[in-house]
Design a protein around this ligand. Structure first.
Ligand SMILES: NC(=O)c1ccc[n+]([C@@H]2O[C@H](COP(=O)([O-])OP(=O)(O)OC[C@H]3O[C@@H](n4cnc5c(N)ncnc54)[C@H](O)[C@@H]3O)[C@@H](O)[C@H]2O)c1
Length: 353
């Protein structure tokens, strides 16, 4: 991978490689765009097969954060960090050392929890820096508000794509019963939705079956189910040439980041199969809205209000996609870029006034 060519093409401002000998910390912090404010993005801990894979993830996820903030109407930039480690090798000392690297950016990057980190870990990172969010668990915490946003997104998509169906008549396949997936299942169950669930952990799917009457399926079975919505809530890259041959659901709406393995190719195939794709960074913005709310001292009601706007934004994207004959992926990208440009222009005008 040609590093500068990639960062230039994707529009990144800064990439920080962090190494701490004592704790064996290896992390990458990517700042995509801090033009509108500090770059916000959670930290993911993952045993990447290669450094290149970790870097690619950090670059793509941080750009997604810029678009996510823009679509959610939040005046911050986009960033993301990855720690390369097996979850069982995570130590408090390693997280504290990581916090000191975050601190070295003097508030240009603000982070929180993503896959394999919990609020307790964020409190440990906070020993090294004050530039963290997601410790107060306001409005139930980021996972709860992310799930609410995904639920509202599913509602919008069903109204748009399946106008003759009520929510209590639909079947949803949930891939991943983790922090967000579990909360999403609760909301779906309350709305009378029939749930199919899979996870690598049998314990997690059993819990969803007990609590919400879900049908458990094997991980490889989840794509080919005869359902109305496929909700990817595990990891990225699950919408690809292989899974698109299996998918029967007319709607894809879930919380996972980077769902499309290849954004252009797979969003085009999705469209040609008349599947309505809810762009991941739009539908999963609930967590960002939550932690931004925590940062500016918003109350629970204001945070829920912000999350509720995901429903309207998705409708705006669905109509834009139809009107301009473009994929929903392209429509959300254009919406985000347009909002970023306008906000930057306003900021510049305010400076010169
Ligand atoms: N937590 C948030 O607030 C938030 C916000 C925005 C986006 N996301 C994204 O949503 C996704 C899920 O986040 P989370 O916090 O629930 O993570 P999590 O780690 O709590 O849950 C992920 C679940 O997916 C399961 N899983 C992994 N691979 C799988 C596979 N191949 N098949 C089935 N299940 C599999 C894991 O066992 C785990 O239970 C991630 O991609 C994350 O980046 C999360």
């Amino acid at each position: 991978m040609n590093l500068f060519e990639s960062t230039q093409k994707m529009g990144h401002e800064q990439v920080l490689f962090c190494h701490d000998n004592k704790t064996n910390l290896r992390a990458i912090i990517a700042i995509h765009d801090a033009g509108l404010g500090a770059a916000m993005g959670a930290t993911r801990l993952w045993p990447y097969a290669s450094e290149e894979e970790a870097l690619k993830d950090a670059l793509r996820l941080s750009r997604g954060m810029t678009y996510k903030a823009a679509c959610a109407g939040i005046p911050v930039g986009g960033g993301k960090a990855v720690i390369i480690a097996k979850p069982e090798h995570k130590t408090d000392e390693m997280l504290e050392a990581y916090g000191r690297f975050v601190d070295s950016l003097n508030g240009r990057f603000i982070t929180g929890q993503d896959v394999n980190l919990c609020p307790e870990d964020v409190r440990t990172i906070r020993r090294g820096t004050r530039h963290v969010v997601g410790v107060s668990e306001q409005a139930g915490g980021p996972a709860v508000t992310t799930a609410l946003g995904v639920f509202l997104g599913i509602k919008a998509a069903v109204e748009f794509r399946l106008p003759n169906k009520e929510l209590n008549q639909i079947r949803v396949a949930v891939q991943g019963a983790g922090n967000v997936g579990k909360n999403l299942c609760q909301l779906l169950h309350q709305a009378g939705v029939e749930i199919f669930v899979t996870d690598l952990s049998r314990e997690r799917t059993e819990e969803i079956k007990q609590l919400y009457g879900a049908t458990i399926v094997q991980p490889e079975e989840i794509y080919s189910l005869d359902v109305d919505v496929f909700a990817p809530c595990a990891l990225g890259g699950v919408i690809n040439c292989t899974t698109l041959l299996l998918l029967k659901a007319p709607i894809i709406a879930g919380c996972a980041n980077n769902q499309l393995e290849d954004e252009v190719l797979h969003s085009t195939i999705v469209e040609s199969k008349e599947i309505l794709y809810c762009p991941d960074y739009v539908i999963n913005a609930g967590g960002l809205i939550n932690v931004y709310g925590e940062m500016i001292g918003a109350n629970d009601e204001e945070i829920i209000d912000g999350v509720s706007r995901i429903y309207d934004t998705l409708f705006e994207i669905f109509f834009k996609s139809k009107r301009e004959n473009i994929t929903t992926h392209e429509a959300s990208k254009r919406l985000a870029e347009d909002r970023i440009m306008k906000a930057k222009n306003q900021k510049m005008l305010a400076k010169t006034a």
